[in-house]
Design a protein around this ligand. Structure first.
Ligand code: C5P
Length: 227
């Protein structure tokens, strides 16, 4: 049987990666993995254990016993749940304390090595749409389609604030903008696997565009085989 294409989506925080990927996964029957949730699960475990994420040795030890299962299903709706030590922690992973800590754990090479190996293993059979910061550059450099999403900071913050409000968490526009831009800076400036738009990636600015329009454009590339 022919191996199905893998799709890599990278981009800034709140650029619409997750929303777009879920809809693409549904339409194109791909299996969707949000790698940001995996880094968030590491950050959550650090908070639970009170670990200082600046100390690499503590993170190395944490990864040696890190019990994470990615419960990912394609049908009937693409979803991605993170099960940490047999507990589904997905709903805690967008807590502002996790968001503040996650770029620090994501800068640690031991953490990245461990999670990247799990992600590559996951994509081995093809037919995966994977979302993150280093998917096209490190995890799946051979992905058939590579997309880089960007959007205005103000619009990204508006979208994220709405998502947080829906989950009962209220942050001001300014607070959300500060959180997103701080994360973008840390993710772009880290030494190991910084966020970059690789050569050959298709860059899309989602500002002022609907999810449906973006999905249609990307799905068109996949369907007409121009990947
Ligand atoms: O995608 P999301 O915003 O949930 O990602 C949370 C954080 O996880 C990012 O800000 C980044 O620090 C880290 N991350 C990463 N590499 C990935 C996915 C996420 O470093 N592939």
């Amino acid at each position: 049987m022919m191996k199905k294409a893998n799709v890599a989506i990278d981009g800034f925080a709140g650029s619409g990666k997750t929303t777009v990927a879920v809809e693409l996964a549904r339409q194109l029957e791909l299996v969707y993995l949000d790698t940001g949730l995996m880094y968030r699960a590491v950050a959550l475990q650090c908070l639970r254990e009170g670990l200082d994420a600046a100390q690499d040795a503590l993170l190395v030890d944490l990864m040696s016993r890190f019990d994470l299962k990615m419960e990912v299903v394609a049908r009937p709706h693409p979803t991605c749940r993170m099960v940490l030590q047999n507990e589904d922690v997905t709903d805690e992973l967008h807590d502002p304390r996790v968001s503040a800590l996650v770029p620090k754990v994501a800068a640690c090479s031991a953490v990245r090595r461990d999670l990247v190996a799990r992600q590559q293993d996951f994509a081995r059979r093809g037919g995966v749409i994977m979302v993150g910061r280093d998917i096209a550059s490190v995890v799946l450099p051979d992905a058939e389609l590579k997309i880089f999403l960007a959007a205005d900071l103000a619009e990204r913050a508006r979208r994220r604030a709405l998502e947080l409000t829906a989950k009962g968490k209220h942050l001001s526009q300014q607070e959300v903008e500060d959180e997103l831009s701080s994360r973008d800076r840390q993710d772009s400036e880290r030494a190991d696997s910084p966020l970059i738009c690789v050569e050959g990636a298709r860059q899309l600015d989602t500002t002022g565009r609907t999810v449906a329009e973006i999905v249609e454009e990307i799905a068109g590339w996949v369907r007409c085989g121009s990947v």
